[in-house]
Design a protein. Structure first.
Length: 708
């Protein structure tokens, strides 16, 4: 057993011998950092009286990218190392060292972000602060994967050996009642047919079928019917319980999509829901609570079991199986490893996919009622084997975009696809990793978009590659796929470089950022974590702005103009955000120098430009510059796109002006260049330029009319 090892045992590859010794970010420096990190991590094991097998440590050392991933991608590699060993103990050497190494790494790295004292709940748990939980590496039996059974313990509500309580009588009223007749709508598709090669043929369109069926009475039926409410109250009174139930007639019913604004009515509905929901839980018709989240080993074992399921060729084709390779590089698997859905919930969806090819990623959209949990819950409160928070409850109760995004993302992860919900302005969508089966290239793509594209999408899965974490825009996760496509080894090296950058002295981080950006992007042009580190360390606005030059020059040597535009835009925005986070230049000369840099970059950040102009010449300079910008806009070719872009700049400039009266005066000045030129002409029609309407609103006057 090995507790600590010497850094000299680390073998350096050919690239190390070619690097210059004085290069602070070259391969020699990276290998030296890894050697130190390895030594310190193993020493930490020894200090905690933790022992690791010699062959386990040697196995990590035997693969350069594996070693770099374990020791180099976290500020504290110990949780990664111990979690990897813990997975090996529970799942076996073959699984971790040979068959699913990348998946094991994904779980080890993802779980290393869990903070002590917090439950395992995926990407909602932070990692930037607090002590990370250390995995158990004690010897124990191999994990035997067991999907928990239905936890409900059905109570005999007619047990003559005890005095029946209120909830007994509630259940008896419901279960002894005559069945109710309801309409059920479903879609039926033609059966699958296969060609001579066993590949499923394209199926015809689904047919909508509505039929009436009888089912048992449930709490939601009583809440929806005045007659049933009266009958229920009379029944309960006979059995010794006076219950006031007045939730209206058809105010809440199975198909209801209407919200209720009456607070008293809402209170009565909420109380009615709680009445039946409590009875269902207390009498074993619903679980008392949601199942626990699985351990890392349980979750990984469950995914592997499914990955190894032997579908027939025809079934594989129909299910598009496997939907994502579990041997993909670990960075693109982290969203999958973060999934904390209880196994029983996953199993229910998996069986439907496995046995029937069911892959539904969108539920019932119910409108405004979804914003009222009491209403939404009351309309369908009934016995169910799963609790609130489960995908099954989402299927039963329906919802709006948040529910739909969750249904989609959860279903994808259940079927082995890294996925997450994602925010858009006023909307919840989803994103997922995808792979081209022919090229093997990965990409991060969106689904259920409504209010924009990737540029307005923020992924809810944590972006932890800078060891800080948090929710980040879509392009951050796309850069992971692009970086892995460029090369997993070089991508991991750039993550190590970010750790090295954090350990560098202040003077280095303040003066060597441009070189660091170039070195990191030479290794991998999608070294966003490293680039972000340099941006965050920029000591002043000019230094930060010049980092954009370094980034653009380096990226232009890799990509053609127009390629990866969102990635370029994101880095630009990060740079300008850093410039704004630093104090404004203290002198007119310094501000003029900064402005010169911004102009060469064609800066369109209105807030930053406004601040810089005012530093140069106060409000007078601001007015002069904005009026000149308006003249240039009017003289140019105006389109809907350029109008939208200039309108965005104007809005930023307007917000920088203090005082309503001053804003009105400014708007009048900027409107002057538009005299006689207020129309926006497109091929189809002539209309008032939205920019003019915007300025008129600020100026407090009616916009001019434009003839057709």
């Amino acid at each position: 057993m090995l507790a600590v090892a010497s850094a000299t045992s680390l073998h350096l590859g050919p690239a190390a011998a070619q690097s210059k010794p004085q290069d602070p970010w070259g391969q020699t420096a990276i290998n030296s950092y890894l050697a130190t990190a390895r030594q310190e991590t193993l020493a930490a094991c020894a200090s905690k009286n933790l022992s690791l097998p010699d062959d386990f440590v040697a196995w990590i050392d035997s693969d350069a990218t594996l070693r770099a991933s374990v020791y180099g991608c976290r500020k504290d590699p110990l949780p990664v190392l111990l979690q990897l060993r813990s997975l090996e103990i529970e799942l076996g050497e073959d699984i971790v060292r040979r068959d699913y190494t990348q998946l094991a790494l994904a779980f080890a790295i993802q779980r290393s972000y869990m903070v002590t004292g917090k439950k395992a709940s995926g990407w909602n748990d932070g990692a930037a602060e607090g002590a990370t939980a250390l995995a158990d590496i004690s010897q124990r039996p191999r994990l035997q994967l067991t999907v928990p059974a239905d936890p409900r313990q059905r109570v005999n509500t007619k047990d003559e050996r005890r005095t029946l309580d209120r909830d007994d009588h509630i259940i008896n009223f419901l279960e002894d009642h005559s069945p109710v007749e309801v309409e059920v709508t479903s879609k039926q598709r033609p059966p699958l047919e296969y060609d001579d090669n066993g590949v499923a043929k394209k199926r015809g369109k689904a047919t909508k079928i509505t039929r009436k069926v009888e089912r048992a009475l449930v709490g939601a039926d009583v809440i929806a019917s005045v007659d049933l409410q009266r009958e229920f109250q009379a029944y309960m009174k006979v059995h010794g319980h006076d219950i006031a139930l007045n939730s209206g007639n058809q105010v809440v019913h199975w198909k209801s999509k209407a919200a209720v604004k009456d607070k008293q009515q809402r209170t009565r509905i909420r109380e009615a829901h709680e009445l039946f929901h409590t009875a269902y839980r207390n009498k074993g018709r619903m679980p008392a609570e949601r199942d626990r989240a699985p351990t890392a080993a349980e979750s990984m074992a469950w995914l592997i079991r499914n990955d190894r399921h032997e579908f027939t060729p025809a079934q594989k084709a129909a299910r598009k199986w496997p939907r994502f390779p579990l041997n993909a590089p670990w960075p693109v698997l982290l969203m999958l490893a973060a999934d904390d859905q209880p196994l029983r919930e996953r199993e229910d969806i998996w069986i439907k996919f496995r046995d029937h090819g069911e892959f539904r990623t969108y539920g019932e959209y119910i409108g405004g009622i979804a914003q009222q949990f009491d209403m939404q819950s009351a309309r369908r409160v009934s016995p169910l084997a799963f609790n609130y928070g489960s995908i099954q409850m989402m299927w039963k109760d329906g919802g709006v975009c948040g529910t739909m995004g969750n249904i989609g993302a959860r279903t994808f992860r259940i079927c082995g696809v890294p996925s997450s919900t994602a925010g858009q302005p006023g909307h919840c969508a989803l994103v997922r990793m995808d792979v081209n089966p022919k090229t093997g290239l990965f990409r991060c793509i969106g689904g259920q978009y409504a209010t924009g594209g990737d540029e307005v999408t923020s992924v809810h899965a944590r972006w932890n590659y800078d060891d800080v974490g948090g929710r980040r825009p879509m392009v951050f996760h796309q850069s992971i796929a692009w970086g892995v496509n460029h090369g997993i080894a070089s991508f991991v090296d750039t993550l190590i470089m970010r750790r090295m950058w954090e350990k560098a002295d202040v003077a280095t981080r303040q003066t060597r950022g441009h070189r660091f950006v170039r070195e990191a992007m030479t290794k991998n042009p999608f070294a966003l974590a490293a680039v972000l580190g340099a941006i965050n360390a920029a000591p002043d606005g000019k230094s930060a702005a010049l980092l954009l030059n370094a980034f653009q020059q380096q990226f232009d040597s890799f990509a053609k103009p127009g390629e990866y535009s969102l990635y370029r835009t994101q880095v630009r925005d990060l740079v300008y955000a850093r410039v704004l986070a630093t104090p404004a230049p203290k002198t007119k000369g310094a501000a003029t120098q900064l402005l010169s840099v911004l102009q060469r970059q064609d800066c369109q950040n209105g807030r930053l430009l406004a601040r810089t102009w005012r530093t140069i010449g106060g409000q007078t300079e601001f007015d002069r510059r904005t009026i000149a910008a308006a003249r240039s806009y009017v003289a140019g070719t105006r389109t809907k796109a350029t109008s939208k872009q200039f309108g965005k700049l104007l809005k930023a400039w307007e917000r920088s002006i203090k005082g309503r009266a001053t804003r009105k005066q400014w708007a009048e000045k900027v409107l002057a260049p538009f005299k006689g030129k207020v129309a926006l002409r497109t091929r189809r029609r002539t209309s008032l330029d939205p920019v003019v309407a915007q300025l008129c609103k600020t100026a407090g006057r009616q916009p001019p009319k434009v003839g057709k």
